[in-house]
Design a protein around this ligand. Structure first.
Ligand code: NAD
Ligand code: DAU
Length: 350
């Protein structure tokens, strides 16, 4: 039996990765290690919480003695590391927290893995999940490849870039079996409603203003979260030690066009007159240091490991809007803050 620690498994992408591994690999023992910050919600994993190969541990990756001890006790064979502070706007107001979690937390995990495995990396692996934001911003036509130089602009992307550099340094210096993937913007179920797509769906539904930063001309490359989880599965199992893969869906949207599309989908689903929801669009002050365009070239992943997105954006967005309309309780618990009280009480002092 392989024991895998997945960090950040109670978050948006992490919960999809945990679900996929728990369901698809009954022979693996999956430990979800998560601090349950505001972004962590165990309700995201309700459907698999009683699976025999699943275990949740509440813990902080920044706490170095705790992480060292946890690795000695649990003796994991692999780490899939997703825990992070992930929201750019929060990084602008509180950069230090991003350095602590994203850089120091990652180095603590690398160190604990190195101390535990002691140079014997047979069947061992440290997989670091990162972002396309480390590459900075693009002009009109180029794309990010695995060879694009790092050029982060926000405290969030700078902290993720720092963590990527440490992962590569542990491979080059100590021989640790590491893999990194850099993915574009994800969307789908269980996405915390501070990020553009779930925030827009929620606000349109509630007849509240939909904030558009600047002129809405920034471009993001959107990928369905379950396709990201599948890419992580493929890369985890097949990638060579020390390798890097970009993950993306060739699916670029200007923010304003995407928001207008969501308004139109919701007009139909909520029985509103066409154009009604678009009246909620409200232009607000731009994000500081706002990257203009992201676009991922995922050719390497397709050619070497055979991964491609499984659904179109139209299908994925439809599924996502339906999920938010059908899961009002989840959204209410998150927006009211109730999810934190319930799960923190349940897991405090463990
Ligand atoms: P998220 O904010 O939804 O979830 C982060 C999770 O990490 C939460 O469950 C939180 O409780 C946990 N966490 C935070 N600090 C912790 C700590 N100190 N110790 C233990 N757990 C902690 O994030 P997400 O959007 O699911 O992103 C997951 C990973 O994927 C991140 O590393 C992010 O940089 C990367 N990524 C995200 C996207 C995206 O579009 N969301 C795209 C590419 C890469
Ligand atoms: O590219 C991958 C990254 O995508 C991940 O690494 C990050 O963790 C993830 O949060 C996401 O970052 P973005 O900053 O691109 O996502 P966000 O949803 O915050 O914003 C998407 C775009 O929409 C961006 O151009 C800012 C804009 N925006 C965002 C919000 C929240 C608005 O116009 N209005 C808003 O209210």
């Amino acid at each position: 039996m392989k024991k895998i620690i997945i960090t950040g498994g109670a978050g948006f992408i992490g919960s999809h990765v945990v679900r996929r591994f728990v369901k698809n690999y009954p022979d693996y023992h999956i430990i979800n290690l998560d601090k349950l910050t505001y972004a962590g919600n165990l309700a995201n994993l309700k459907d698999i919480e009683n699976y025999p190969n699943y275990q949740f541990i509440k813990g902080d990756i920044v706490d170095q003695p705790y992480i060292t001890n946890l690795f000695e006790v649990e003796q994991p064979d692999a780490i899939i590391h997703l825990a992070a502070e992930s929201h750019v706007d929060r990084s602008i107001s509180n950069p230090v927290e991003f350095v602590m979690t994203n850089v120091v937390g990652t180095v603590n995990l690398l160190n604990a893995a190195r101390n535990l495995w002691k140079g014997n990396y047979n069947e061992k692996r440290f997989y670091h999940v990162s972002t396309d934001e480390v590459y900075g911003t693009l002009g009109d036509t180029d794309m990010f490849t695995e060879k694009t130089a790092y050029d982060p602009h926000s405290p969030y992307s700078a902290s993720k870039a720092g963590s990527d550099h440490f992962v590569r340094a542990y491979h080059d210096t100590y021989g640790l079996d590491t893999v990194i993937s850099n993915c574009s913007n994800n969307y789908g179920s269980f996405h915390f409603p501070e990020k553009l797509i779930p925030l827009a769906i929620h606000n349109i539904k509630q007849n509240k203003p939909v904030p558009v930063y600047g002129k809405g001309e920034n471009i993001r490359d959107w990928l369905w979260v379950e396709d990201h989880a599948r890419a992580i599965d493929v890369i985890f199992h097949k990638a060579a030690p020390g390798s890097t893969y970009n993950i993306g869906g060739h699916n670029e949207w200007k923010n304003i066009d995407l928001i207008k599309l969501l308004c139109s989908i919701l007009d139909k689903k909520l029985g509103r007159a066409e154009g009604e929801s678009a009246k909620l669009i409200t232009y607000v002050t731009d994000r500081a240091g706002h990257d203009l365009r992201y676009a991922i070239d995922a050719t390497k992943l397709k050619n070497e490991l055979g991964w491609e997105p499984s659904i179109t954006f139209e299908e994925g967005l439809e599924k996502t809007v339906d999920w938010y309309l059908e899961n009002q309780d989840w959204l209410n618990d998150v927006t009211s803050g109730h999810y934190q009280e319930y799960y923190s009480e349940q897991y405090n002092n463990r």
